[in-house]
Design a protein around this ligand. Structure first.
Ligand SMILES: [Zn+2]
Ligand SMILES: [Zn+2]
Length: 329
């Protein structure tokens, strides 16, 4: 099969012909139709995340069809369409797993990080961590639901029920979560890189009440803010924008250092928290919700062999929505 291989930080992904993996007893072999590109893939390629298997096939927003299955697989049949998320395996026995927090599992393994992922024509995945996808989404359109959607949704839940919601960084996750938030009856305030008028226009077309630069003050204090951009300086900026009792959720897996800020910004029972990974329950809830909204994803397809170009476009902020890799047919 064709695959894009990560050999270590600072090197572009290398196109290679590799042997297709064989599924173990709990795994399915998936013929990949699409795999979206996530900011986490950039953090791996750039060396911000220190623990990848090497060599690695990145990619954790996989959509494909079951091509073969192991002896214990009972959730899917050959030919079924499945989605594979970042959470690839948990032990099921640690204190976190046993308290409904498998996203924090001590021995969790992640797709496209410790398990070969979807920047390839085939992948194997543990069937217990794969999901049926809602009909009505094409393969390319469904791919960004698998991380931008799922982890974005977990971040939205962590924000509480407040009506005025700020979104910092209007990329793949925010463009999905803005639609969910508007559907829930919230007001969305979109913060982009200062001067990025194209992203601000894009946010307004998705129902944002207000859009502006991350250095601007919103017209009202907010009830909560989600930070999707990996920029620590946005934490004090978002605290400044939320009202007393408001929550600031850091939704990315990596962020630059958070600068010191006056305690007065946190005072008034404001909360700063992170969101880590996802649980299978998050996935089931979000995949049921997406077609009700209905969430529409904005996608830019790239041939698999042009994965490096997709990563560069994401790094430079040249995307509206999500980049999705598509193997040659
Ligand atoms: Zn991701
Ligand atoms: Zn566990």
């Amino acid at each position: 099969m064709q695959a894009m291989i990560f050999d270590g930080p600072g090197k572009p992904l290398r196109p290679a012909t590799a042997t297709s993996p064989s599924p173990h007893d709990d795994q399915i072999l998936i013929r990949i139709a699409a795999c979206a590109v996530c900011r986490t893939d950039l953090h791996i390629v750039d060396g911000d995340l220190r623990d990848p298997k090497l060599p690695l096939v990145p990619g954790h927003e996989i959509v494909g069809r079951v091509a073969a299955k192991g002896a214990r697989v009972d959730r899917f049949a050959i030919g079924d369409r499945v989605g594979v998320p970042w959470l690839g395996w948990t032990d099921g026995v640690c204190a976190f797993c046993r308290s409904g927090r498998e996203n924090l599992c001590e021995r969790a393994r992640f797709t496209g990080y410790q398990i070969d992922g979807g920047f390839a024509e085939f992948a194997v995945a543990d069937h217990r961590f794969c999901f049926a996808l809602p009909d009505g989404y094409g393969d390319v359109e469904a791919a960004p639901l698998m991380c931008a959607g799922l982890i974005g949704y977990r971040a939205l839940r962590a924000a509480g029920d407040g009506r005025r919601l700020g979104l910092y960084g209007f990329g793949a996750a925010a463009h999905i979560i803005a639609q969910v938030a508007v559907w829930q009856g919230r007001e969305v305030y979109a913060f982009t890189r200062p001067g990025d008028e194209a992203s601000q226009r894009f946010a307004r077309t998705l129902g944002a009440t207000w859009a502006g630069g991350s250095d601007a003050a919103p017209p009202h204090l907010l009830d909560a803010a989600l930070i999707f951009a990996p920029v620590g300086a946005l934490v004090p900026a978002a605290l400044r924008a939320v009202d007393k009792g408001g929550t600031v959720v850091c939704a990315g897996i990596h962020m630059s250092d958070i600068p010191a800020f006056p305690y007065a910004l946190l005072w008034g029972e404001r909360i700063v928290r992170s969101v880590a990974n996802l649980t299978r329950r998050d996935a089931e809830e979000f995949l049921a919700l997406a077609p009700l909204v209905p969430v529409k994803t904005s996608v830019r397809p790239y041939p698999l062999a042009r994965a490096n170009e997709a990563l560069d476009d994401l790094r430079a902020g040249r995307l509206e929505g999500a980049a999705v890799l598509v193997p040659a047919v």
